[in-house]
Write a protein that binds this ligand. Sequence first.
Ligand code: G1P
Length: 309
Amino acid sequence: MIMKAIIPAGGLGTRFLPATKSLPKEMLPIFDKPAIQYIVEEGIKSGIKNFVVVTGRNKSVIEDHFDIHPELEAFLRTKNKSELMDGISKLVTNSNFIYVRQREPLGLGHAVWSAKHVIGNEHVAVFLPDDIIMGKTPTMAQLIQIALQEKCNVVAVQEVPMDEVSRYGIIGVRKQFSPNLFQVKELVEKPLMSEAPSNLAIVGRYVLSPKIFAVLDQQHLGAGGEIQLTDAIQELLLSGEKVFAYKIQGERYDIGTPLGLLKANLDYALRHPRHAGVVLEYLKGLDKEFVVMQGKAEALNKPAKTLVL
Ligand code: G1P
């Protein structure tokens, strides 16, 4: 069993400024819940009970969110509205949260290393909270199953267009076992398009052996002048550990950017049993309005974009 997860949440959220100047990006909502709650829920559905959140300055509202709130609960009881807190209260009662401060922003590898002292000698799950994955089966549950079966490290991957490989960690494949399962030959963080071993990009889910911490103890700066988790996993591979990659099923959203968060919100709303109908009607209305605007734009002989803006 894998019981602990690390959630690196110390990033400054620069891709989402000014919204993230004082609000952690992990707390931006997808429909009615903060993004990080989706991550924790995926963890719980995958059997994880203990969450080690690596934070930094300005992140204390994450701790407040995963805590009891007696006044609010008492108030809701008097109004017969306790159900509004049912989900989060149950989650808080049944899970443990540990907070570790990342002392310097030295990269993802360094953030994971910061949790070393609370993990111990066991395999650990790592969730990057920028990557929200919506699908039928929780991605982490799939990774854990592979890790237990194959006694290996596992990273989640998805295919990306070749001209985007330099934004990701990219894997090279040693062997393909099924359409979605690969044994990894190498991992390269943010390669040039001409040097990428494939277009299979690492997305934010990992199951790692405890040896990763010893490797990170020695890790040097990599791509972007940061200590990279990808480089440490490559070291694990070279030391003889097996690394597998699982191609995710379902949709992934990079919610660290305004457009990614908007897409996640729309898709979530369109899957919502109670609200999907209203949202769809609204979007259809927008579509008509857009067509009308385009018509007007053509009539005025101006580019449509000018009028839509
Ligand atoms: C991190 C990882 C990278 C991975 C990406 C997925 O990069 O270093 O290997 O592909 O997350 O979101 P970052 O987005 O933090 O630059």
